[in-house]
Design a protein around this ligand. Structure first.
Ligand SMILES: Cc1cc2nc3c(=O)[nH]c(=O)nc-3n(C[C@H](O)[C@H](O)[C@H](O)COP(=O)(O)OP(=O)(O)OC[C@H]3O[C@@H](n4cnc5c(N)ncnc54)[C@H](O)[C@@H]3O)c2cc1C
Length: 227
């Protein structure tokens, strides 16, 4: 398999093509730095875009939800989806509105849903989704019982095509605007953690697990990127 997604009419970045990336490594680094995606699909001519959690295993995106969910039923039937993931890294404050921008990393992935029904594979997929949200949590908590597994639909979306688009760096102003007395630059934005809020029913004897301490420390160090 090629290390780069084939550039086609579907995934070719047209506006500011120099910001386009097609390397699997670039696309997957963005996918692995978030746990919230937006799944776009068309049902009976009506487009829907659903925010949802995900995981990645190799060249597949994994999604889960209620077996009664419209999105899950639609994807489980083998239909097409376009899945996007966006990371906002900063506000690019230029000297004009026209050149004001956002530093970002985003990925768009195309594929068709395939339902996972085999219990061990379903468990692996749920593990991958959970690890993508909070690494270490899955081994700490009670696993799904057969009834919970039955009520949960799990779908994999093999990545057929994808692109990434990345903006970095300072504003790019018109040459004559650099002499204007206006502050310009980048305001970096990061996702960070707040103070833990213990469940009111948590016995005081239960300590904060190590994986959660690591998660908090990594977020403070790395903001929007995983280690
Ligand atoms: C951060 C986050 C993580 C989530 N993770 C998951 C997940 O892992 N799995 C999962 O199944 N769901 C997840 N959800 C919920 C998901 O967005 C949908 O609400 C859910 O899948 C809808 O299923 P449904 O079939 O009942 O709704 P549908 O029948 O698809 O929706 C009916 C109508 O409800 C409205 N609607 C539905 N969802 C939303 C929404 N999120 N916001 C506003 N309006 C809405 C829309 O108008 C829609 O047409 C997540 C939501 C958020 C914000």
């Amino acid at each position: 398999m090629s290390s780069q997604f084939e550039i086609t009419e579907r995934n070719r970045v047209r506006r500011l093509p120099e910001r386009g990336r097609y390397e699997r490594g670039d696309v997957y680094a963005i996918l692995d730095s978030n746990f919230l995606c937006h799944v776009g699909f068309v049902q009976d001519g009506q487009p829907f875009v659903i925010p949802t959690n995900y995981g990645r295993l190799g060249d597949e995106i994994l999604l889960h939800g209620s077996a009664a969910s419209r999105m899950m039923k639609h994807l489980a039937a083998g239909n097409a989806a376009c899945i996007t993931v966006t990371l906002v890294d900063g506000l690019v404050l230029a000297r004009s509105g026209f050149h004001s921008s956002i530093n970002y990393r985003s990925a768009m992935v195309y594929g068709h849903g395939v339902e996972i029904t085999e219990p061990a594979q379903k468990n692996d997929a749920l593990y991958a989704i959970s690890e993508n949200i909070c690494p270490g949590r899955w081994s700490d908590i009670r696993g799904p019982n057969p009834q919970e597994l039955k009520g949960t639909s799990v779908v994999r979306v093999p990545i057929e095509s994808a692109s990434a688009k990345v903006r970095t760096g300072p504003p790019k102003d018109e040459e004559e605007d650099y002499s204007l007395g206006i502050w310009a630059g980048v305001l970096p934005l990061h996702t960070t953690t707040g103070e833990l809020i213990p469940d009111p029913r948590l016995p005081g004897t239960i300590k904060v697990p190590e994986y959660l301490r690591r998660y908090i420390a990594a977020k403070h160090r790395n903001g929007n990127s995983r280690e």
